[in-house]
Design a protein around this ligand. Structure first.
Ligand code: TYD
Length: 257
């Protein structure tokens, strides 16, 4: 009899917990839905992200959006110091797992200090790289595999994932020379110095991510002119913003109803 009662109590409690969890998720989901939008730009070294990101930010601001532009690794004072450790001295060995941990250490600071507050203010966050870079560079480029990256990602980013990711895609034979030329002046060359086959693996990583998440991750062929690439990016962002507005409007009417 005692066992039966404790069994009933257990089921009652677990049902209540499940119900309140559902309610919490619904409410939390609704508030997440009202947060700002998070867009990331990715690609192998020298694909031209930074120029495209600047132009995209200017265009979005012209349309009246509050835009927070940031980058990884970096984006905060601690993050920039970690960036210096990661990229500053290509001749100092760093193991693949250490590299991953440093990327995610910088990312956590970036999330708490920059990204989450901006999203909470309802801004549009544009980040030059984010967590997909770890999947592509550490997971594929460094051959750590997706497992360890996924684990870190769950711990550090959790539900804060990009809403839209644009991957500027071009073969390394087109991008590597540009990346090397640029990094000669600022000593950011650890990854460029890995060479063509490394960049090929990173590229394969990005393509794999886009196949897995075609709704979020869009490939932008980056071999054409800057103007053409920017035009393509704006079309994708425009379509994304329209979808988001529709979705939000219909959610709002469900919540009210
Ligand atoms: P970035 O400043 O974007 O370099 P670039 O402008 O030359 O593309 O990024 C610096 C390097 O850091 C770049 O080679 C990619 C690498 N990186 C990773 O390996 N993992 C990561 O998670 C991130 C964010 C960047």
């Amino acid at each position: 009899m005692g066992a039966l009662r404790s069994c009933q109590t257990y089921f009652l409690i677990s049902t209540l917990v499940r119900r309140s969890a559902l309610r919490y998720t619904y409410r939390h989901g609704a508030s997440l839905n009202e947060r700002g939008l998070f867009i990331t730009l990715e690609g192998i070294d020298g694909a031209g992200k930074s120029t495209q990101l600047r132009q995209l930010a200017a265009w979005l601001r012209e349309q009246g959006h509050a835009v927070c532009v940031t980058r990884e690794p970096g984006g905060t004072r601690v993050g920039e110091r970690i960036r210096h450790i990661l990229l500053g001295s290509p001749s100092t060995p760093i193991t693949a797992l250490t590299e991953l941990l440093l990327m995610y250490a910088a990312r956590r600071q970036h999330l708490e200090e920059v990204i989450l507050p901006a999203l909470k203010r309802g801004e549009l966050v544009l980040s030059d790289r984010f967590n997909d870079a770890s999947f592509a560079y550490q997971g594929y480029g460094r051959k750590l595999g997706e497992g360890p990256v996924y684990l870190m990602d769950q711990l550090i980013c959790g539900r804060t994932q990009p809403d839209l990711t644009l991957v500027l895609d071009a073969p390394p034979r087109l991008t590597l020379a540009r990346a090397r030329k640029r990094s000669r002046g600022n000593h950011d060359g650890r990854f460029e110095e890995e060479g063509m086959t490394f960049q090929e693996r990173v590229r394969r990583g990005y393509l794999a991510i886009s196949r897995r998440e075609p709704g979020r991750v869009k490939i932008v062929p980056a071999g054409g002119s800057t103007v053409r690439v920017q035009q393509h990016i704006r079309e994708l962002v425009d379509a994304f913003m329209r979808r988001q507005m529709k979705r939000r409007a219909s959610r709002r009417s469900i919540v009210r109803g």
